[in-house]
Every structure is written in C-alpha cells, then in structure tokens.
Design a protein. Structure first.
Length: 335
C-alpha cells in the first residue's frame, strides 16, 4: 500500500526533493544544483529532467522503498514555468489555498517519473491586458505562493498580512482577512547587493564580503537606511566608500551600512507600489534567512509605518515550500 509522498521544489538555480511518510515526517532529502536557469541557457529542459529524475531515484534508495509505495509526487516553484518541466497557468488574485488546490494539475512524464506529478501553479496579480499605464501593478510568482500558504497555516485567521520573503529576488505578498493572496511584489534587492558588493568600486570598501548573522550591526544598518532615504541608493552607496576612506577602516561596518542602504528600495516599494494591498494596520510577517530577516525587522520597526511587525520562526529542517505544497495537496484531496 502506498504511504509515502514526495515534494519537488525547483527554483532558478536549484532543485530540492523531499520524501515524507504518512505522519508528515521528513524521511530523506536530495538536492541538485540544477534549476530553470539551465533550461534558459540550454534552450531545452533536458538537464532539469535528468536532475529531477536523479533526485527522485536517490530518494527511493535513501528511503529503501519503491515507487509502488509512493502515493503522490507534488511539484511547485519555477518547475511549473515555461522553462520548467510543464507550464501551468498562474492563478489570478485574489487566490486562496483552495484556488491553488483546484488548479493543481497532474501530468505524466515517463522520462522523469513513472508516476504522474501533480504541479501546483503560481500566482499573478492580473489576468487582464498589461499596458504602459498599469504595468507597475503587475507581478508574478512561482514558489512563493506555497511558502506563503505554509506561513499562513500558523497565523491567526481574520487578519490582513504582508509576508516578506527575502532572497535574491525578494517577494512581498499581501493577504486579506479571508486568507486570500491579493497581490505580490518582487524586487531584485539581493542581486543589487551582490553586484554592489562584488562588481563596483564599493567592493574595496566592504572587502567583497556580505554581512553574516554574527557580523550584523543594527546601528550601521539603520544609518545606511536613513542615508538612502535622504540621498537615494546611488549616492548612499558611494557614501560607503567615503566612510571607509575618512571615518573607519572597519570594512564590516561599511558592509552593514550598505546592507541598510539597499533595503530602502524595498520599503519605498512596499509603501508606494500598486502591486500590493496594504495599510498601516496590516500585520507584517518577516521570514527568510538571517541576517536578512533581522535587518528587515529592525528597519521596518525603525521606519514606523506599519504598526505590527512579527519575525517568523519556521522549521529549520524543512523548507517552507515543501510544507506549503504538502498543505495544498492535502486540501486538493489527492493525499
């Protein structure tokens, strides 16, 4: 009898597969440094197919089971895009977890897995025509919707939320009192930080090093944020060089300053973009890895616009994407 479930999460650069038992406990995990970026570069998804198959096969070896013991295989993330395995249309906001469950599609890919794979779609802000007049309100996500569902599972019902998911591309997700996703907003803050740290004249001032959890300095982060609010990101970044040349030779301090500078872009977007539906009484829940989550928490509290800000503490052993995918699969009735 089939008892096991497998979740697949594919992003831009990585794929992660997890084997679960019937008690919703993680039995094994496999990762591959192959994502949809490889499809975009190669022009076909051959590498991605091979990587997913290899992860699935190894999971069975790790768990000492066969496919006849696997009840369902569930996939989410960029794997459902045009550069993934199967393109599944986005669900248009407002999007509830029930909407995502209903839109989940089963596809058999025999060269990847002998069982059908159930693909959870992403979410987009509009189903209408996008023009020069409304493009700024448009946004899309694949993967962050299941992460959002996982966070919302632990939140009190009947409240408006803004979920913050930092990363190379930071996602902000607004949720209404009914638990529906009402909008998402994407910034490339992580990529900007990488470029500033490694590929500009500021690289010398920060020693080409990022802020780590144990090198985080709140006062310098807030100084960077306040400076960027007054002078803009470009000028403030160069001010990091000024700091290093004339104020301090501690490159860690300057790195923290630059860390705060780049976050100003995100806070401005949250307040002014038409892609999100938020207000001062929206509860902000900040997820993601350190030190990003702590920096965002400190900056938003310092800024003072939002009245309630919470720091989400999740399970370190299981990614949000897998937990959310599992929850949606349960709701869809396929488990």
């Amino acid at each position: 009898m089939a008892h096991y479930v497998i979740t697949i999460d594919t992003g831009t650069t990585n794929t992660r597969c997890i084997l679960w038992n019937e008690k919703r406990e993680k039995i094994a995990e496999e990762k591959s440094k192959v994502g949809v970026r490889n499809t975009a570069i190669d022009g076909d998804n051959g590498k991605l197919k091979a990587a997913v198959k290899a992860c699935l096969d190894q999971l069975l070896v790790d768990g000492k089971i066969g496919y006849d013991e696997v009840k369902r295989v569930i996939a989410s993330g960029m794997i459902t895009s045009n550069v993934g395995l199967v393109e599944i249309p986005h669900v248009v906001v407002p999007a509830s977890k029930e909407d995502l469950a209903r839109a989940t599609k089963s596809v058999l890919l025999k060269d990847v897995c002998p069982l059908p794979i159930w693909f959870i779609p992403g979410v987009k802000n509009s189903g209408g025509k996008i023009t020069l007049g409304n493009f700024e309100s448009m946004d899309i996500m694949r993967g962050e919707e299941v992460e959002s569902i996982a966070i919302l599972e632990s939140c009190p019902k009947g409240h408006k939320y803004l979920l913050v998911l930092p990363g190379s591309h930071t996602k902000f997700v607004s949720v209404d009192e009914q638990g529906q996703i009402t909008g998402c907003l994407t910034t490339i803050t992580g990529e900007l930080l990488s470029s500033i740290t490694n590929d500009t004249i500021i690289a010398d001032a920060v020693g080409k090093k990022y802020v780590e959890k144990d090198t985080y300095q709140k006062d310098m982060v807030l100084l960077g944020y306040d400076t960027a609010c007054r002078s803009g990101i470009g000028r403030s970044c160069f001010s990091g060089r000024i700091l290093n040349q004339f104020v301090t030779d501690d490159k860690t301090k300057v790195a923290n300053f630059i860390f705060g500078v780049v976050f100003q872009n995100d806070v401005m977007a949250i307040k002014n973009s038409s892609a999100l539906q938020t207000s001062r009484d929206t509860t902000v829940i900040i997820g993601g890895k350190e030190p990003f989550s702590t920096a965002f928490t400190d900056i938003l509290k310092h800024d003072g616009y939002f009245e309630k800000i919470e720091h989400y503490i999740g399970r370190e052993d299981v990614p949000l994407s897998a937990l959310g995918a599992y929850a949606i699969a349960e709701l869809s009735g396929i488990l």
